[in-house]
Structures are given as structure tokens and as C-alpha cells.
Design a protein around this ligand. Structure first.
Ligand code: FHN
Length: 455
């Protein structure tokens, strides 16, 4: 009898598959840790990505009708409460003729970045691709009339850079997604903000757009959600969207903001469970990393994600390199933002810093890519990373006379400076139960000199 039962089940499944309606797999609940690790291996090894916030907000560039906004540039519609009809004027002015996707991808490569995450649609609802679901997109609403995401996807494909899309769940433009009492904006807030048509926005608009992005722009590696905090969007919706996307592209990586994970316990289900493959600390580096999950710190180079013409508060190249090392030493990825202007140019200060980071990675990349977090407590003078049987000591503060004490290590094998292409051996002596390294009097790299210690 058992055999007959098996035959019936097999035949039924085959029929369902043949008519294209195969059952949705609940990846969120069924994927094993090993399967997830295999799916995320490229991302885990990559360590360093480029975040791109670009859209109509680059036109006002932080200033409108003589008023400069104090906050982040891509929020200008909300900051100045610009009505939708008035905000739409920026589309007619958006003609970034200097946009060159090949140059953007070349810059990412020169910086040592391995993946790019670009805003497909930010909170203003404007789409940087040719969407069949709306005319509020770069093809139908602007004089530019070029598919920005397609050009970027082609350039990434040519250069071997993985591409992902940021996508905002919150949408200030779509009538089914706005807070009904405040016509333009969904906000944090309480239940009376909820738009009764939000499920229609989710099912008939957002999900079909996501399918467009996953099936029309090459091998998309990551969907990076945002704007998940609105009361309209629930953790049940998040889990459903997660599985919907994984059933379209099983190897897709999706951040925790597809659900309510970023907000801690806010709005989670009874088990405190949430969907999403990695945590997304923003503008911060967790003091000791985030145990038990993959994570990626996203940060700006100045103080805004979207371009503001008067934000010149740029972090130094040294701080950016130290942030990268600090993040990797704690087990994370670094997603570093650029905000192109309305002509399609990445600001020169961003380009200079990224090229400097790339020069450092040219010499020291083996101590970053594919590395595991430090096995030791953070030393006062810098950080540790490790890969295979090598410990990498990243020295920020060079020791007096070049003598570096490492109490955690005993009898290492070879020890050399990554900046020394001859790999000439560093003198090692035992001291106080650990080892001392006799290094050059002055640091070969004043930002961070890396010493490889074979175990
Ligand atoms: O509101 C957005 C903001 O504009 C920006 O996109 C950042 C980047 O992660 N995310 C949200 C704020 O958390």
C-alpha cells in the first residue's frame, strides 16, 4: 500500500510542477545552516561593498526654495513636507547626462569593493529602472529616458562585480502605501497611520516590481530592504516576502529589513523570530560584532546618503580604512555609501577616499577578503583578523623602537610584513610567555601596517 501512496504523491507533485504551480518552499523555516552558509559564501568573503543612494533628491541636493535641510538629503520630500505634485517637478529636471555605469564599476573595483548595492527605489517611490508597474520611473518621467539599473547591471556583469538592489518598502508616492491621514507620508507612529490598501500595494505593486528586478537585470545577488518600520508592514508580511523572493531566486541574499529584525523586538512574532539573512547596523560598528548572525555595517562618507551640495563633512581615508579593518576583525562586512549628484557624478572627495582605500587593499587585501574575526581580545595598538593558518596583526599605533609584544602567541612559524614583497622574516623572540616582534623603527604604512604571523 505504501508504494501506491508514494506513486500518488509523486504523480500529484509532478502534475503541479508541470502546470507551473509548484508549492512555495518555506526557505525561512527549512533552510539548514550549511545551505545558508553555502549561499552566502561569496558575500561573506567579499567583506567590502559600495552603497549607492541616487534619485530625484539629487536635484534639490539638500536645498529647496532657499531652505537647506539639516538631515539626510534623500529625505528632503519629508523634511520640507513637499506635496507629491510639487515633488514630481524634480523628475522633469533629472537628466544625469554624465552618468557612466562603467566608470562607477571601475571606481568600485579600484576601491577594492566586491559588490554594489544601489537604490532601485527609495522612500519617494521613484524607480531607477523601466518598470511596467508605473510611469513614476526614469524612462517615463524624466528627459533622461535611460534604464539606469540595466546599464549598471551590464557593467557589473562585464567586470565581475556582484550587484544588489536596495528597495524601500515605505513609499511616499503610491496612493495605496501612504498614510491616509497625512497624504504624502508613511511614518513611524501608531496604528491609525495604517493605509487599508497597503496589502494591495504589497501584492499588486511591490512584489511584481521586485520580480521585475530579479528577472530582468542579470544575476542579482542581494535585495537590501529598508523602510520596514512603518506600522502597515508586519512581520508576517516580511516572512511571506522573504519566501516569495527566495522561490523566484533561491540563491538570493536578503537583509533583515525585509522583516522587522532591525528594530529589535519591535513588531516581531511571538517567537521573536524574523526573516532575513544578515543584520544591518547603520552608521555604527557594533562594539563586539553581532554574535550568531552575519552582519554588515552601512555607513556614509560624509553625513548624508543622498547627495547634498553643502555636506563637506568627509571622514578621512584613515578613518575609513580603520573602519573596514575594525568591522572585518569583528566578523562583519562594510557597505560604504556614495551619493552621486544630479549630473550623474560621484563627488570627488568620495572618489579620492575610495582610491586611497583601494591602494591600501592592493597591499593588504589578503588580511581582509575571506578573513574570519579575531580570535583574540582587541589589542590597544590595532586589530587582528585571521584566515587559514595565518593571524594578521593590523598595527594602527606603531610601537616605540618597532618592538611589538604579542602575549597571546607562543611559537609562530614565519612572520613577515605584507608590505614587504620579499617576505623577509621578522625577528621573533619569546617574552613574558608570549612573543616580541622586532619591526622597522618607523611604520611602513602610517594608517595601518599588517604583519602576517603563520601559526
Ligand atoms: O530612511 C533610510 C535612509 O534614507 C537611508 O536609506 C538609510 C540607509 O540604510 N536607511 C534608512 C534609515 O535607517
Amino acid at each position: 500500500m505504501k508504494t501506491n501512496y508514494f506513486i500518488i504523491v509523486f504523480a500529484a507533485t509532478a502534475f503541479l510542477v508541470s502546470c507551473g504551480s509548484h508549492p512555495q518552499i518555506d526557505y525561512h523555516r527549512t533552510e539548514t545552516e550549511a545551505e545558508k552558509a553555502a549561499r552566502m559564501a561569496w558575500w561573506d568573503d567579499a567583506k567590502f561593498g559600495m552603497f549607492i543612494h541616487w534619485g530625484l533628491y539629487a536635484v534639490p541636493a539638500g536645498e529647496y526654495k532657499g531652505e537647506r535641510i539639516p538631515g539626510i538629503g534623500e529625505w528632503i520630500m519629508n523634511s520640507l513636507k513637499i506635496p507629491i505634485a510639487e515633488y514630481e517637478q524634480f523628475a522633469a529636471q533629472f537628466n544625469p547626462v554624465k552618468y557612466d555605469a562603467a566608470e562607477w564599476v571601475s571606481l568600485a573595483k579600484r576601491a577594492g569593493m566586491k559588490y554594489i548595492i544601489i537604490t532601485s527605489k527609495h522612500h519617494d517611490g521613484f524607480c531607477l529602472w523601466d518598470s511596467r508597474m508605473t510611469e513614476w520611473d526614469v524612462i517615463d518621467a524624466t528627459p533622461f529616458r535611460r534604464d539606469i539599473l540595466k546599464e549598471l547591471a551590464d557593467a557589473c556583469e562585464r567586470e565581475g562585480i556582484r550587484l544588489g538592489f536596495y528597495h524601500s518598502i515605505m513609499d511616499w508616492h503610491h496612493p495605496d502605501a501612504q498614510a491616509i491621514w497625512e497624504p504624502n507620508y508613511n511614518q513611524w507612529g501608531t496604528s491609525e497611520n495604517i493605509n487599508p490598501n497597503f496589502p494591495r500595494y504589497l501584492g499588486d505593486y511591490m512584489k511584481p516590481q521586485l520580480k521585475e528586478l530579479l528577472t530582468g537585470y542579470g544575476d542579482i545577488g542581494v535585495l537590501w530592504f529598508d523602510g520596514e518600520w512603518i506600522p502597515d508592514y508586519t512581520t508576517e508580511m516580511g516572512k511571506e516576502v522573504y519566501n516569495y523572493l527566495r522561490n523566484i531566486k533561491p540563491d538570493l541574499i536578503i537583509n533583515n529589513r525585509v522583516d522587522k529584525g532591525r528594530q529589535g523586538m519591535l513588531g516581531l512574532d511571538a517567537e521573536g523570530d524574523f526573516a532575513g539573512d544578515f543584520g544591518t547596523p547603520e552608521q555604527e560598528i557594533p562594539a563586539t560584532g553581532i554574535s550568531g548572525m552575519k552582519w554588515e555595517s552601512c555607513m556614509t562618507m560624509n553625513d548624508t546618503w543622498g547627495y547634498k551640495h553643502f555636506d563637506d563633512n568627509w571622514k578621512s581615508e584613515e578613518i575609513l580604512i580603520h573602519n573596514l579593518i575594525d568591522i572585518v576583525s569583528k566578523g562583519g562586512n562594510f557597505l560604504l555609501n556614495v551619493g552621486p549628484d544630479a549630473e550623474g557624478l560621484i563627488p570627488a572627495p568620495s572618489v579620492e577616499r575610495l582610491e586611497g582605500m583601494g591602494r591600501w587593499l592592493e597591499v593588504n587585501g589578503e588580511a581582509i577578503y575571506g578573513n574570519d574575526p579575531s580570535p583574540f581580545e582587541r589589542p590597544d595598538w590595532g586589530r587582528y583578523t585571521t584566515k587559514n593558518n595565518i593571524i594578521y596583526a593590523h598595527v594602527f599605533d606603531w610601537p616605540e623602537g618597532g618592538l611589538l609584544n604579542i602575549p597571546e602567541l607562543k611559537k609562530p612559524g614565519m612572520v613577515w610584513l605584507l608590505s614587504d614583497t620579499d617576505r623577509s622574516a621578522v625577528t621573533v623572540t619569546s617574552s613574558n610567555g608570549g612573543i616580541s616582534l622586532q619591526l622597522p623603527e618607523t611604520a611602513p604604512d602610517s594608517v595601518a601596517t599588517v604583519i602576517a604571523i603563520e601559526m
